[in-house]
Ligand binder design. Structure first.
Ligand code: NDP
Ligand code: 2IT
Length: 445
């Protein structure tokens, strides 16, 4: 049995109840065959056994009191997966579907993504099964304060630096930062995605969506093409989807769709982003309201077809994991889609991703294409350390360079190992090599 097969059998046995973690880990391990099966140095130091095991998992109780005076209890997590190349870094997700499998899959992906940014950040992820939807601001505040009361024991600006993810935006980061400061009596860069008046970086809000589009733009440039005149299908209508849409529009493309957990809109003339921002970011409302406002847009509730039925040249899934399956992939390809860039983490199922690669779709996995968010988080850490703030243009230009570098790093890695154009393999291999080398240098820890 090969080294990779042995590790896959091992993780399947140990994590049988964690399907999302197994999906993410198996995808990476499969890509690494060409690297680790031919060089015994990895097996000699049990590199794979160590990289699939988090350095530390913290799970904790989060009690809080709702507006009616009733005590509520949620479950909190922080998975500190790998610190070989820097302090643990990765977001916090607040969503009712959060469980250990989801947080472990996200933390595992984060190791390789953070490595690809070229910046010194390790991999981690956390969150809670708390649902911010329908809660008052004071309920969200009391939850965030209770969550941070426990989390504060485990994090620090040189240890572990969380940020946002699904359900965690500027409001939640603010409440958590306030509580951390109160507990520790320190004003430090312990969280990223902070408000601009209190240590946040310009362009962090835009970074993930912009970075996704910069990656695809660099690919298009490499084949003599551009976003001009392209039809783009986007899913999600949160932070990543909104700023991906903004950048596509700036580059002359037309975004024709968006989704949320209740349905999708198809607006052939092009999404009106100001209306989406008002509905999703200000009113915290539903996409159905967009359908009501635009008579030429079609709104369909979940269960009535799929956003991926819409003909598009480029698809940018920006909502959540496993939102694009094999059937969707076949429909997209049949309708002429040539490029898929993952803004979300693991939005394509494994068979969908394989189908794209087999059918010569340029497929950019999340760990490469959405690395701009955490990349600018690392730039926020740098600014906090030097107690300075850089201009929007400075940060945006560093983000652009970072994504251009990532495209070339994964493209080069795919060629070096004889899998030209397979950016899944390219991203996994390029991300892995740096972390593996650091782990070898640092001994058996
Ligand atoms: P937001 O909470 O801002 O937005 C999430 C969007 O996805 C919303 O439109 C939401 O719909 C929809 N959504 C979430 N869960 C589901 C679900 N189970 N089914 C259907 N729709 C769903 O999150 P972000 O935009 O920050 O994150 C989106 C994706 O991008 C996630 O995969 C995240 O891990 C990834 N990501 C985020 C980064 C960041 O910097 N924020 C960085 C890198 C990756 P609704 O409004 O109904 O809840
Ligand atoms: O998935 C991700 O990369 C994020 N949610 C961003 C993490 C971060 O630390 O900025």
């Amino acid at each position: 049995m090969s080294y990779v097969d042995k590790i896959i059998a091992d993780i399947e046995k140990k994590n049988a109840d964690q399907p999302e973690f197994l999906q993410a880990a198996k995808e990476v391990l499969e890509s690494l065959r060409v690297v680790v099966d031919s060089d015994k140095k990895y097996e000699d130091v049990a590199l794979l056994e160590r990289i699939v095991e988090p350095e530390r998992i913290v799970q904790f109780r989060v009690p809080w009191i709702d507006d009616s005076g009733k005590v509520q209890v949620n479950r909190g997590y922080r998975v500190e997966f790998n610190s070989a190349i820097g302090p643990y870094k990765g977001g916090l997700r607040f969503h009712p579907t959060v469980n250990l499998s989801i947080i472990k899959f996200l933390g595992f992906e984060q190791i390789f993504k953070n490595s690809l940014t070229g910046l010194p950040i390790g991999g981690g992820k956390g969150g809670s099964d708390f649902d911010p939807k329908g809660k008052s601001d004071f309920e969200v505040m009391r939850f965030c304060q209770s969550f941070m009361t426990e989390l504060s024991r485990h994090i620090g600006p040189n240890t572990d630096v969380p940020a946002g993810d699904i359900g965690v935006g500027g409001r939640e980061i603010g409440f958590m930062y306030g509580q951390y400061k109160r507990l520790k009596n320190e004003f430090t860069g312990v969280l990223t995605g902070k408000g601009l008046e209190w240590g946040g970086s310009l362009a962090r809000t835009e970074a993930t969506g912009y970075g996704l589009v910069y990656t695809v733009e660099e690919y298009l440039k490499s084949i003599g093409d551009s976003f001009k005149g392209k039809k783009v299908a986007v899913s999600g209508s949160g932070n990543v989807a909104i700023f991906a849409t903004q950048k596509v529009q700036q580059l002359g493309g037309t975004v024709v769709s968006m989704t949320d957990s209740t349905g999708y809109v198809y607006h052939e003339a092009g999404i009106n982003l100001d209306d989406i921002k008002e509905i999703k970011l200000v009113q915290r409302g539903r996409l159905a309201d967009y359908g009501k406002k635009h008579s030429d847009a079609v709104y369909k509730e979940v269960g009535n077809g799929s956003v991926w039925d819409i003909p598009a040249d480029i698809a940018l899934p920006c909502a959540t994991q496993n939102e694009l399956d094999l059937e969707n992939a076949k429909t997209l390809v049949k309708n002429g889609c040539k490029v898929v860039g993952e803004g979300a983490n693991m939005p394509s199922t494994q068979d969908a991703a394989d189908y794209f690669v087999a059918n010569k779709v340029a497929f950019f996995p999340g760990k490469a294409a959405n690395a701009g968010g955490v990349g600018v988080s690392a730039l926020e850490m740098s600014q906090n350390s030097e107690r300075l703030s850089w201009t929007f243009e400075e940060v945006d230009s560093q983000l652009n360079k970072m994504m251009v570098n990532i495209f070339h790093a994964i493209d080069d890695a795919s060629r070096e190992y004889g899998m030209e154009g397979n950016y899944i393999a390219g991203a996994n291999i390029a991300g892995f090599k740096k972390v593996a080398s650091a782990m070898i240098d640092q001994g058996i820890v």
